[in-house]
Design a protein around this ligand. Structure first.
Ligand SMILES: [Zn+2]
Length: 175
């Protein structure tokens, strides 16, 4: 009953004094990261392909300078912005989720990243990775235009993450 009051005590508490609540089992891991409550106001929408996760993170941290950015990882990434005309309208769901994040996470900037060799586009286009690139670029342009229409106050930028052998590069798309 009184745990919510107790949990508001000083952040200087030692671990022994941290109130985990009555029902939690012992921790199995403690992060080396420290909690930072400050929001950066940016979200990146990219493909969930795990081989690219660290690469996207490095680009966002070191080039775009958005630490702690909101990560939205789905198969195909920005591909989900566009209505596909079959089955459920994921575009509408995407808009509702973005609406929510813009409101509660105070988003001001959205970064779209599409990557070379994306399985989503391989299936959509039935082409090899190079053959998919023109479609990916066009869809990013369409996605950018859609976002700007939905949310005129938002800054939207789009990038293609490219791979040649083991070399990974990022390329900004104009309007
Ligand atoms: Zn992908």
């Amino acid at each position: 009953m009184s745990s919510s009051l107790n949990s508001e005590h000083s952040q200087q508490s030692s671990w022994a004094a941290v109130d985990l609540g009555p029902s939690l089992p012992m921790p199995v891991f403690t992060s080396t990261e420290r909690w930072n409550p400050e929001r950066i106001g940016a979200l990146a929408l990219y493909c969930s392909d795990g081989r690219w996760g660290e690469v996207f993170d490095e680009f966002c941290h070191r080039r775009l300078l958005i630490p702690r950015y909101d990560r939205w990882a789905v198969p195909g990434g920005p591909a989900w912005l566009l209505p596909r005309g079959k089955g459920r309208d994921f575009s509408q769901t995407t808009r509702e989720q973005l609406d929510f994040l813009i409101r509660v996470h105070e988003l001001e900037r959205i970064v779209l990243i599409s990557h070379f060799g994306c399985a989503f586009y391989a299936e959509l286009c039935a082409k090899d990775p190079n053959g998919c690139i023109p479609v990916q670029l066009q869809e990013m342009r369409d996605g950018t235009a859609l976002l700007k229409r939905w949310f005129p106050d938002l800054t939207v930028e789009a990038y293609l993450a490219m791979r040649r052998g083991n070399n990974l590069t990022f390329h900004a798309l104009g309007d």
